[in-house]
Write a protein that binds this ligand. Structure first.
Ligand SMILES: *Cc1c(COP(=O)(O)O)cnc(C)c1O
Length: 398
């Protein structure tokens, strides 16, 4: 069964969930995973879930059946990936048992985290040669695959906040600072420079990597292309990606990794919310929802972007235009201006799309806001609440 706004709206609006509530659709997630699997099968690369975008671990067994493992930004994500996927028996979609890889990258590892990371991770990527020297002997003694994150100094996007290649960046070693004589024990290089981009930007980036670091690649076992590949977005040039990976694999005789976060759960999630109240101010009709941009969808403010909303249009497009905002004290807690065919009333439910990635992982309880429940819509159409939050989740963090 294909899930779209219609089935989510039917299930979400018929009061089957409390609000606010995230709903992630198994069938939409699977659709993304099938495409990612096509990429790895056709190109021979390995693909990992970047957990920082999507850590709804009840879906990890499904994700693990299609992908090669998970990657983490530090100890807690690494432990989650280990506990919920890699430590257990992972069954591939072909039905065979397989190995699951647990990778980690952090700009700097706290001393207190390293012992556990060495027990649960397969790949450890270091952000500097200082970090590599600090942990080198222990990592090699534990038999880990160790890598260095490089900075190819090739900006292909305009969002400075998401550009690790911006001047003065703290992320990755530049060619000028690369220590060729400290490479013994390093088995791979890692770069991550993209954000929601297509294969042409990746191609440009890989060319910069070859230009600046190509001579080291012949000695490496693997090269990790990082994340930011918008592979599951309509119109992404999948064939170009596959050609590029094949070329690099063959030229340098190494394993290529991709670690998308966003692409894994793109458009697979929804957020169901209720209209609490309407507040008129001059020509603007504000709608106060029981969900908050600041607490439940911070990327709406940070990126910024305007999430899709079922049955709505741009401001002025339909007869009734509203400014949708959260119940927090932050004046700018505004999701956007949307128009509707009918007048909105308190008690009515609305459904936002694009709410799986960088949403629940970024939740906070500013203003004592309740956290949205998390629900899964399985392939048969059954809706199951995976997680319910309450007052204790607010108090427990303070
Ligand atoms: C953020 C990040 C990813 C995932 O990025 P997406 O844009 O979600 O695909 C992968 N690797 C690293 C090192 C990252 O920082």
């Amino acid at each position: 069964m294909q899930h779209n706004f219609d089935t989510i709206v039917r299930d979400g609006l018929q009061n089957q969930t409390a609000t606010p509530c995230y709903i992630v659709s198994e069938s939409l997630l699977k659709k993304n995973l099938e495409l990612l699997r096509r990429v790895s099968d056709a190109s021979g690369c390995k693909i990992l879930l970047a957990q920082k975008a999507f850590s709804m671990y009840s879906f990890y067994p499904l994700i693990g059946a299609y992908l090669d493992g998970v990657t983490a930004s530090g100890l807690y994500e690494a432990r989650l990936g280990y506990e919920e996927l890699c430590a257990g028996a992972v069954t591939d979609i072909t039905g065979v048992q397989k190995r699951c890889e647990n990778h980690v990258f952090s700009p700097a590892y706290p001393e207190a985290h390293m012992e556990e990371l060495l027990q649960i991770c397969d790949h450890i990527v270091f952000n500097s040669f200082a970090q590599w020297r600090k942990y080198r002997d222990r990592a090699l003694a534990a038999g880990k695959e160790c890598g260095i994150r490089i900075n190819p100094e090739c900006s292909t996007q305009e969002h400075a906040i998401y550009d690790p290649c911006a001047p003065g960046s703290r992320l990755g070693v530049t060619a000028a600072d690369f220590e060729e004589d400290a490479l013994e024990g390093i088995s791979g290089l890692h770069f991550h420079c993209l954000c929601e981009q297509d294969a042409d930007a990746l191609e440009q980036t890989v060319e910069a990597v070859e230009r600046r670091f190509g001579k080291y690649l012949y000695k490496m076992k693997w090269l990790n292309f990082g994340g930011g590949h918008h592979i599951t977005r309509e119109g992404y040039d999948v064939d170009r990606l596959i050609r590029l990976i094949r070329r690099i694999r063959e030229k340098y005789d190494l394993t290529v990794y991709l670690e998308p976060g966003e692409a894994v759960a793109l458009n697979a999630g929804f957020l169901v919310t209720e209209v609490l109240e309407l507040v008129q101010n001059g020509t603007v009709t504000n709608v106060i929802l029981d969900t908050s941009a600041a607490c439940h969808m911070p990327d709406v403010l940070e990126m910024p972007y305007r999430p899709p909303l079922y049955g709505s249009g741009e401001a002025g497009e339909k007869p009734y235009t509203y400014r949708l905002g959260g119940p927090t004290c932050l004046a700018g807690d505004i999701i956007g201006d949307y128009s509707f065919d009918h007048e909105l009333k308190p008690g009515e439910r609305l459904v936002f799309g694009d709410m799986a990635i960088y949403s629940m992982v970024k939740n906070n309880t500013f203003n004592g806001m309740p956290l949205p429940d998390i629900a899964a819509l399985d392939e048969s159409g059954a809706l199951k609440t995976v997680k319910h939050f309450g007052y204790e989740d607010f108090k427990g963090r303070l």
